[in-house]
Design a protein around this ligand. Structure first.
Ligand code: PGA
Length: 252
């Protein structure tokens, strides 16, 4: 049985003071998630990680939004996995479409990061998803399959089972145009079949989230689909009341 997961991606939002304020209001939602057997987390910016770790109610997953695959060295502006580990971070988003689009991150680079995170005993949340152009050409599946194969290259089935995937069609991110639950399930089911080709029955254990304009009003629809195990949420995860409503509606 795959445990449901809701992860709030704060992107480049919130100062440490604002992050602390969020944490102070998160007690109830974290208890609610625990009581309903849902994994719940947030991904703050690097500068807010420690604040959230220190102020969040116990049980809230705190994830980084990116990492570098090298342990240390001349990589200005980067943060390494041992550094994240040293402050107590065990999760990291990899390959978000904004990192791919604005900073040229490739699936090969994501593969190196995923391997380094797994070697450090951490959980990667690997993002994939197609552009509007690819979607309109009907090439979503071929595109996403390539992202999955490259991102997971060289992993053993046991390692693959530790990765969380987030399928986020780029045309649905921050646009208010969420994918229908059928479109999301169609692609996510396909991702699971693609994983089965490489990793066999363990594909049934891999959690796959949907992301892209998920709101309290539409999250329940996605959760009713067989292969969708939760959501990666940007905009609607920033406000504590909206975040709470997401979790409440996820379990409905
Ligand atoms: P959104 O972002 O919920 O604001 O569409 C999702 C994401 O980019 O992870």
């Amino acid at each position: 049985m795959r445990k449901k997961l809701l992860l709030g991606n704060w992107k480049m939002n919130k100062t440490p003071a604002e992050a602390r304020e969020f944490c102070e209001k998160a007690g109830e939602v974290v208890s609610f998630a625990k009581a309903h057997d849902v994994d719940l987390g947030v991904a703050p910016t690097y500068v807010c990680l420690q604040t959230v770790l220190e102020n969040a109610p116990e049980g809230l997953i705190v994830s980084a939004q990116n990492c570098n695959e090298h342990d240390h060295g001349a990589y200005t502006g980067e943060v390494s996995i041992p550094m994240l580990d040293a402050v107590g971070i065990k999760w990291c988003i990899i390959g978000h479409s904004e990192r791919r689009g604005y900073y040229g991150e490739t699936s090969e680079a994501c593969n190196a990061k995923i391997k380094a995170l797994l070697a450090a005993g951490m959980t990667p949340v690997y993002c994939c998803g197609e552009s509007l152009e690819t979607y309109e050409k009907g090439e979503t599946k071929a595109f996403v399959a390539e992202q999955i194969r490259t991102g997971f290259a060289g992993l053993t089935p046991e390692e693959a089972a530790k990765v969380v995937i987030a399928y986020e069609p780029i045309w649905a991110i921050g646009t208010g145009k969420s994918a229908t639950k059928q479109t999301a399930e169609d692609t996510i089911g396909f991702i699971r079949r693609t994983l089965r080709e490489s990793f066999g029955h363990i594909a049934a254990d891999i959690r796959i989230l949907y992301g892209g304009s998920v709101k309290p009003a539409n999250i329940a629809e996605y959760m009713s689909e067989e292969d969708i195990d939760g959501a990666l949420v940007g905009g609607a995860s920033l406000d504590p009341d909206s975040y709470k409503a997401l979790v409440e509606n996820l379990v409905k």
